[in-house]
Design a protein around this ligand. Sequence first.
Ligand code: KG4
Ligand code: ZN
Length: 479
Amino acid sequence: MATTLRAIAGMPMIDSLAAALRQISPSAFLRLSPSSCTNARILASPTTTSSYAHQTHAATKKSRTVYSLAPRQFEAAAAECDREVVSVLGIETSCDDTCAAVVTADGRILGEAQVSQANMLVHYGGVVPMLAQELHAQSIDQVVEEALANARMLQTDLSAIAVTIGPGISPCLRVGVTKARSIARVNRLPLIGVHHMEAHALVARLMEHKLHFPFIVLLISGGHNLLLVAQNVGQYVQLGTTVDDAIGEAFDKTARLLGLDLRKGGGPALEEIALQGNPTSFPFAVPMRNQKHCNFSYAGLKNQVRLAIESQKINENAPMSLASAEDRQMRADIAASFQRVAILHLEDRCRRAIDWARKIDPTVSCLVVSGGVASNNVVRTKLGAVTKEHGLQLICPPPRLCTDNGVMVAWAGIEHLRLGIFDPPPHLDEPADAWLDLRPRWQLGEIYAEGVSKARSLKSSGGIPSLTAQVQTLLRKTQ
Ligand code: KG4
Ligand code: ZN
């Protein structure tokens, strides 16, 4: 492909690529930006729908689109074409943030927008699915328009749409996926269904261009704790997951019980007050110290903290601002003690994960830590020390890219696009109530044999194969 392109390099870019792709396959279709011929946005894919793998969803008899892998020539074309002009819109609505962003294949963030539902945490103490869906529906058009306006682009200038299809809250995912499909359908753009947790992991490669596979990943968010070896895009070995609650959930719950101001989020509020507390004042037990695996548990710690708060007679309905100096100090001490132990659990698991990962691949040299809780400064410092101990490099995306955002989804889309993994634009006559491929529970990696397999996310993955299993099946078929 590279030779072909060079051989006709004298032709204008758009003609040159079209000619090259016609040589590969007469059925190839080119998506070229209608806005300019010198600034072609190009994506190639086979037009015949038979090239796309479809799997019948047994229960509903609806067609579930499995990732399609375009022929290798198209990978080459995608890599060879002017990477600067490939731009992907990413849409994220899996939980309580409505996010969109436009990112280019050479890693420039052209535009971003976000509407957060932080008030829901304040009023209801957590995410209420149907209310969250309504709020996403109210914001999605505005957020997408704002991201495009910030990027100074029109929908017609885009090369592809990436959207989170799971894991997450089903009605919330539906809002983003519906919007993404409608833009892709009208503008005849390829679609990439993104795994939310993979997006958290891959965004590290947007920030750190020299981050090569394999690497270890710790993902810590409101709904997940995951330790993985990332072997490639779409290919992960799962070393550990949570057997009950995720660490972010424990931060949020503790912040609420301590009566903290939740408007900026439970985790950030707890981190802030913990700065004033004594982290060794409450001797909470570190979870699962005697269990020699990489799984996590935060339910027990949450319970220990609740008991401590009750025994100190702290009233969660009395805001910090009205508490006495003594009461405030007590709350700060509990917050600091909780945070210390919550992070000690991460440190224990990361140490073991490094040993396991080195058995899987001795060349691993980085630990990526991402997801909302990775924006915590103590987490970063403590895990920085663990990686140093083991001669590894710690890579944490900047805090705004650790919490949910549209950039990570757009970037995950680009990473898949580069491998030729995407779906064709939806049919022009797709009905508004079409069945959607949403994956509220969706495992990312295949479990490492030495791992303990009792974790919640494994039990309830809903029969959907992991992303890794899907991608590996696809790769085997095309070899
Ligand atoms: O990744 P994320 O934005 O959303 C999910 O996918 O869940 O993570 C949100 C979680 C929340 O539980 C939030 O309290 C926590 O990340 N978080 C933090 C901090 N910033 C956000 N936890 C501890 N310290 C922080 N600074
Ligand atoms: Zn997240």
